[in-house]
Design a protein around this ligand. Structure first.
Ligand code: ADP
Ligand code: NI
Length: 214
């Protein structure tokens, strides 16, 4: 049972060797560890949870000309190559196909307990102390200002605001990060998200205080 997981870890590490900071091996490792923590309470199939967590960002459509099927196909081909049970492969593939934040706008997509666990773990990595670090890394990469009091955030998350390419990084908190707490699937995920959410609120309070010279 451990061997296929170790092989998957090695494969993902090698494949993501040149990935950008938001989706590098360490993001995968955090999601993998967090998914295992959640699964200790939620009791999903541990193999499905592990494979889906490890392979969920193996080929992000954003960096692959919008190809939504590449990641799921690479994941499935890899799992076949190490002779994983076809039922498990099919389940992992469905999870990866349906998990991305963009897909979660579209109702009626596939769901399962394991999918909910891995999606919660991925969302948890976008909030709290790590989420703050990732947001400013992304903003810096896009050469955005930290904050601009004249540019107010969109308060409703839509496909448009999500794709907004010029907003200050602080706006991203209101457009996505602070909304994730209420999008959590599992009870364990909700508890973990609440702690990280409250930390972001405290962070923002300090941010504005320092911004105004206090
Ligand atoms: P995901 O991998 O969850 O689908 P993305 O690829 O959109 O999310 O984002 C990766 C990381 O970059 C996340 O931590 C996210 O919050 C951050 N990010 C995405 N868009 C922005 C933005 N407009 N401003 C700041 N951070 C962003
Ligand atoms: Ni991810």
């Amino acid at each position: 049972m451990q061997e296929p997981i170790q092989k998957t870890i090695d494969f993902v590490k090698k494949t993501l060797a040149n990935a950008e900071a938001g989706h590098d091996w360490f993001h995968i490792e955090r999601v993998f560890e967090t998914a295992k923590t959640i699964n200790e309470q939620e009791n999903g199939n541990p193999l499905v949870v592990a494979f889906a967590a490890l392979l969920h960002d193996i080929a992000d459509p954003k960096f692959n000309h919008g190809d939504e099927e590449l990641g799921p196909n690479i994941a499935a081909a890899f799992l076949e190559s190490i002779a994983v049970d076809p039922e498990i492969i099919a389940h992992v593939k469905l999870i990866i196909q349906n998990m991305s934040f963009k897909n979660s706008f579209d109702a009626g997509s596939f769901t399962s307990k394991e999918m909910q666990i891995v999606q919660d773990a991925d969302r948890l990595d976008a909030i709290g102390a790590i989420g703050i670090a990732r947001a400013f890394t992304y903003g810096g990469f896009k050469n955005r200002v930290l904050y601009d009091p004249a540019i107010q955030p969109e308060t409703h998350l839509t496909k448009e605001s999500y794709k907004n390419t010029t907003a200050p990084t602080i706006n991203h908190f209101y457009e996505k990060l602070l909304l994730l707490k209420d999008m959590m699937n599992t009870e364990t995920g909700k508890i973990m998200a609440t702690e990280r959410h409250n930390f972001m609120l405290l962070y923002l309070e300090h941010f504005y205080k320092e911004w105004s010279g206090k």
